[in-house]
Design a protein around this ligand. Sequence first.
Ligand code: HEM
Length: 418
Amino acid sequence: MAARAATERNPGDEMTETEPVEDWSTDYDIFDPQFVTDPYPIWAELRSACPVAHTDRWGGSYMPSTFETVTGVAHDVENFTSYEVGVAPVPVAYDEQGNRLRSIIASDPPEHTPERRLMLPFFSPKVVERYRVSTRELCRRLITGFIEDGRVDAAGDYARQIPPRVIADILGIDPEMSDQFTEWVQGVLELGLQDPELRERYRAIIQEFFDAEIERRRTEPGDDLISFLLTAELDGGPVPLNVVRGNLTLMLVAGIDTTWSSIGSALWHLAANPGDRRRLVDEPDLLPTAIEELLRAYSPVTMARLARHDTSIAGCPVKAGERVLLSFPAANRDPEVFDDAEEIIIDRAVNRHVAFGAGIHRCLGSNLARMEMQVAVEEFLRLVPEFELEDADAVTWAGGQVRGPRYLPVRFPSRSPL
Ligand code: HEM
C-alpha cells in the first residue's frame, strides 16, 4: 500500500548509497551518512578552505558556509529566485489547467508578499497563544503514555507527535490524521528528495486530501485556514485555486518535520548533556533563551535558490539556473558572528541566529514553532527531569532539507502515570 511504503524503510536505510566523498569542497554529498550525522566539522573545514563549495551530485549545487554568504543570497531576490527551493531537483507540479501549484515559499516578488500577508494573521503571537494550552495537554498525554516504561523513543513517540496535531487544528482537520500527515511529509521531503517516484506518489496523496477538504469547506465553512483562503480576497478577486492548493500543502511540508526535528535535537542535546539538563530543571525561566541556542546550534532547515542570471557569491561565479544551497545551520555556526560558535551555551545572551531564515521568506511559522518547542521541552523536563541516551550509537538522523533525529532512545526512572 502506498501509504506504508515510506515508513517500511528502516531509519538506517534512508540514505541512498552513493560514492564516498573524497573532497568536500568540490564534490560534497548532502546525503552522505557522515554529513547527515555530524555536518559541523565539515562546514568548519569548508569555511576556512573553500567558503563556496560545489558539487555535481544531486543535480549540482553550490554551498556557501559563512553567515555573510548564506544570508547575502537569502536577501538577494534580484539575483536568486525561490522558484525551486528543494536541495535536490524536484519537478514543478501543475494543476489540470496547467497552472503551477504555487506556495509562498516557492514564489518571488511581486506575487510573494501579498500572498504571505494574507496568511500572517494565522501565525501572529496572539493567535499562536491560543494553542499553548492544548499543546501542553497533548505533551502531558504523550508523556503519560510512556512514563511507566522508563524509556521512550523521544523522536518517534514524542517530538514527532506534536506538530501535526497543532497544524491539524489550524487547518480544521481531525487531529487523528496526524500520523498520516507525518508519513506524507516524510514521503515528500525526507525520503522523496532521493526518490522521485515516492515523492510524486505522496504529493498526489496530499493533493487529493486537500482537494476533498476544499470541497467540504465550500458547503461547511469553519474558522480554519482552509475556509479563510477560500473566501479571502487577493488583488480584488478570490485567491486562485492553484495558490490555495499550493499553500495548504506548504503548511504540512513546512510545519511538521521542521518542528519535530528541532524538538528532537533539543531533547538529544539534553539527554547527552546532563549539566544543561539539570540547569534547565533548576532554572526553568532560562528555557526561552536555551531554546534559541538550541535552534541556533541544531538548526534543521537548509533551503535552495536558483541563480536568475550569471552572478557570483563572494567572488565565486555562479551561472544562471544553477542551484545554491542556503545552509542556515552552517551560517549559525560561523565563528565570525557567534563567539565560541561550536559551543552550546544555553544562556547565550546575544544570539541573532538565522534558523528561521532571513529576508522576505523568513519563517511564517516561527512564533508557532517556538511555542511548540518551548512547551514540548518544558513538559518533558517537568515530568521526566532525569533522562539520558539509552544507546548513543543507536540514534539515527535524517538530513538533506531538514535535519533532525529520527530514532532517539532515552531512558529515565520509571514513574506511575500522572
Ligand atoms: C523549528 C521549526 C521551524 C524552522 C527551523 C523553520 C525554518 C524555516 C526557514 C529557514 C524558512 C525560510 C525558507 C526560505 O528562505 O526559503 C521557513 C519558511 C517558512 N516556514 Fe518555517 N520553520 C519552522 C517551523 C514552521 C512552522 C511550524 C510553520 C507553520 C506552518 C512554518 C511555515 C513556514 C512558511 C509558510 C514559510 C514560507 C515563508 C515565506 O516564503 O514567506 N514553519 N521556515
